[in-house]
Design a protein around this ligand. Structure first.
Ligand code: BJW
Length: 287
């Protein structure tokens, strides 16, 4: 279906044209049309687990093999798919507007693969492709091994034709992977390695949060783009409101479903809401 546009694209274009400082806050919906599932709603299940219930330190401590299999599959999928037109449109905006900053909750590396300038991108929730030690915090910033280790090979198999992927089908038993078959830290040799993502209850990188705060507080933000996020996870959910307190700021929501009620998903007076696929809408909005 063609996207429903609740606001006028030309009115938005004139705002965009006059905007010097632009902030984007992105979520999983941005990568949905690349073929990566979102967390909440449809596609939020992995086998018979809610994706959210696996994205915790508790889950990892209980069964690191299961959680690694989930992340092994996510790494494989992220490497297999391609950035979409929305990632490219944002990267292009960054090149055109030096005062553009993109805060993304996505860990899939698709912004970087779309050549988004790194100085105008903050990875709020880390990356599937950075690897951390659970004991000494030694960080490998970039590791795209697929599979990550031999024990996770089932997560990186191509799907059989016309059948559910065995790794996704809850009726196909998952090989259990004991912790000793998972990679340990190359530095301390003792700690188990884990994905360098931010799980619930964990702190976001302190320096990054400080830099974001400084960026928002430095000068009035003219435009905030809230793209493909349910806006329920903090602190990401608070940045658009923080930016708004500096003066006249327009908030623009681009989402498959413009919900009532969700603070980030409800454009108010003088703001903009565009309902539809970000990959279709953003290139039109940012052209
Ligand atoms: C499309 C589309 C298309 C679909 N086009 N659109 C203040 C108040 C209450 C609680 C807290 C608070 N401060 C902190 C907390 C606790 C917690 C939190 O926020 N809880 C709330 C849920 C209540 N936050 C934290 O724990 C954070 N840490 C922290 O703040 O530390 C200090 C602290 C701790 C504890 C207490 C107080 C302070 C850390 C948050 C880390 C989140 N981690 C995850 C997993 C990352 C690793 C991984 O990928 O596995 O991040 S959870 C998951 O949610 C993931 C996502 O980045 C994040 C956000 O989800 P997102 O991107 O919005 O996806 P969806 O699925 O929710 O939405 C998709 C949207 O797209 C939908 O709206 C669709 O309609 C739309 N869509 N297709 C456009 N084609």
């Amino acid at each position: 279906a063609p996207p429903k546009t609740y606001s006028s694209i030309s009115a938005f274009h004139s705002k965009l044209l006059g905007a010097k400082r632009i902030l984007a806050v992105c979520g999983a919906g941005l990568s949905a049309s690349s073929g990566l599932p979102t967390f909440r709603g449809k596609g939020g299940m992995w086998r018979n687990h809610e994706a959210m219930s696996l994205a915790t330190l508790d889950a990892f401590e209980r069964d690191p093999g299961l959680v690694w299999m989930f992340y092994g599959y996510r790494r494989h999928m992220a490497l297999t798919v391609k950035p979409n037109a929305a990632h490219y449109a944002l990267a292009e905006l960054a090149r055109k507007v030096p005062g553009f900053m993109c805060l993304t909750q996505n860990v899939d590396n698709l912004h970087i693969r779309a050549s988004h300038p790194p100085s105008q991108l903050k990875l709020l929730h880390g990356s599937l492709f950075s690897i951390k030690c659970t004991r000494c915090s030694f960080l490998q910033p970039s590791n795209a091994d697929d599979p990550f280790c031999p024990a996770l090979a089932p997560a990186s198999l191509p799907p059989p034709p016309n059948q559910p992927h065995p790794i996704l089908d809850p009726n196909t038993p998952l090989p259990s992977v004991p912790a000793q078959d998972l990679p340990h830290c190359p530095k301390c040799q003792i700690g188990l390695q884990r994905p360098g993502v931010v799980w619930f209850g964990e702190q976001l990188d302190h320096q990054m949060l400080e830099d974001i705060d400084k960026w928002i507080e430095a000068e009035k933000v003219d435009l905030v783009l809230v793209i493909g996020t349910s806006g329920v996870v903090w602190p990401a959910a608070g940045f658009s409101e923080q930016a708004r307190t500096k003066g006249e700021t327009s908030v623009v929501v681009v989402n498959m479903e413009l919900e009532e009620g969700g603070r980030n998903n409800r454009p108010e007076k003088e703001d903009f809401g565009f309902e539809g696929d970000a990959a279709v809408l953003l290139p039109r909005l940012l052209e």
